[in-house]
Ligand binder design. Structure first.
Ligand code: UD1
Length: 374
């Protein structure tokens, strides 16, 4: 039976999985739709990637390319080669969905655009306006070649329009991270909090700017250690493998590092925190949705609505700014409710509605074999 809609979502790095989970949940509810995952293998550590599949109720990928780590050009090139071979081996899907801004999403968007497969970008239009970030380069290129753009907030729509994207393909649909937080709430809320009890903060760091230079981490940890001491809390630090390489022996008093956590465990820990310090876009959104005051260790954010709602503060990596923002977070709390009215747990539903409307409108399922990957 030919599906009404044949969609492939590309995953490869941890943040892709949360977004793919929101879409898969919606696709699986609708009869006649085939939704498959293509895994590039950008991330391969169980703690960083594979361990999230059961938590997020994700199916086994139809393709596993096993590309792994490497310099940007090599990693992206290998992914493109693998994705092209995978997609062109059978009848092409109706749409290739690329979530976020990681190298896997970039590679997939380039291959699909050249193969004439429409690209749908989830989290389109987000901009930090900082072109030293590889993610910013990836986003701009993906948006330039995508046919359909799903924006989390108005700023995304504005940026796309300013870059000349066809308004007909832009949909303001909200943030799929909210969908997954809500759908999994019973599972993470029933887990125990961190061992040891007492008030705590959370720290996450993985971006090139903060994770690759040991001097940055060596400067940051004593600042957070001082903060922990002053406010009588400890700071839990699940460490990304990339950051591990820069983490010097000994750590800092009051900052407790551990392995990267699977999704449900991480959300449970985050939900009980008094404050979170992070350089991750996803964690900023999740903290604001959970009502946990957030301090962003970057000069810019792609989610300006998190700052507008009072839940997020931009501190950069300057010690005084971090201490001021941390104190403000503890005193003023999480701000005025959810960052955006459309971050309501229904973004995935809006995205799938739009995809069905655009690619399957008026189609009847017909009997025929559509390829080897069913
Ligand atoms: C990537 C994304 C980033 C995303 C992050 C989430 C790009 C450009 N960046 O960054 O936007 O927020 O994933 O985690 O795509 N490594 C391991 N094990 C793994 C994966 C990576 O040890 O499973 C180490 C490797 O040494 C590797 C380094 O981390 O060289 C960087 O990995 P890479 O996938 O290139 O980027 P991330 O830093 O994970």
């Amino acid at each position: 039976m030919t599906p009404l809609l044949d969609a492939v979502t590309v995953v490869g790095a941890r943040p892709n999985l949360v977004k793919a989970a929101a879409l898969h949940r919606q696709f699986s509810r609708r009869p006649g739709i085939r939704h498959r995952l293509l895994n590039t293998g950008q991330h391969y550590d169980e703690a960083l990637f594979g361990g999230h599949f059961p938590d997020l109720d994700l199916p086994r990928p139809a393709w596993n390319l096993g590309v792994g780590s490497g310099p940007h050009g090599m990693q992206t090139g290998r992914m493109m080669e693998g994705i092209e071979a995978a997609l062109l081996a059978g009848p092409p899907p109706d749409v290739l969905i690329v979530p976020g801004d990681v190298n896997s999403s970039l590679a997939a968007a380039l291959v699909a655009a050249k193969a004439g497969i429409p690209v749908a970008h989830v989290e389109a239009g987000l901009r930090s306006f900082d072109r030293t970030m590889p993610e910013e380069v990836n986003r701009r290129v993906i948006d330039a070649v995508a046919a359909v753009h799903f924006a989390t907030e108005e700023a995304g729509v504005r940026n796309l329009l300013a870059e000349g994207v066809d308004p007909g393909g832009i949909h303001l649909c909200g943030n799929v991270h909210a969908d997954v937080l809500e759908a999994t709430r019973p599972a993470w809320a029933s887990l125990d909090g961190p061992a040891g009890g007492g008030p705590y903060g959370v720290l996450t760091l993985h971006r090139q700017a903060s994770a690759d230079d040991p001097a940055v981490l060596a400067g940051l940890l004593p600042v957070l250690s001082g903060f922990a001491r002053r406010f009588s809390l400890r700071i839990l630090f699940p460490v990304h493998p990339r950051t591990l390489r820069s983490l010097q022996q000994g750590g800092a008093d009051g900052v407790e590092s551990c392995d990267s956590l699977p999704y449900l465990r991480f959300i449970r820990v985050l939900s009980g925190a008094s404050v979170v310090f992070t350089d991750s876009g996803g964690v900023q959104a999740e903290a604001c949705l959970l009502g946990v005051p957030c301090v962003t260790l970057r000069e810019s954010t792609e989610h300006e609505c998190t700052v507008g709602s009072g839940g997020n503060r931009l501190a950069g990596l300057n010690p005084d700014s971090i201490l001021r923002a941390g104190e403000d977070a503890l005193l003023r709390g999480p701000g005025s409710g959810p960052p955006h009215a459309l971050w309501d747990g229904r973004a995935g539903e809006r995205i799938v509605d739009a995809l069905v409307g655009r690619f399957a409108e008026g189609r009847e399922p017909v009997r025929a074999d559509r390829g080897a990957h069913a």
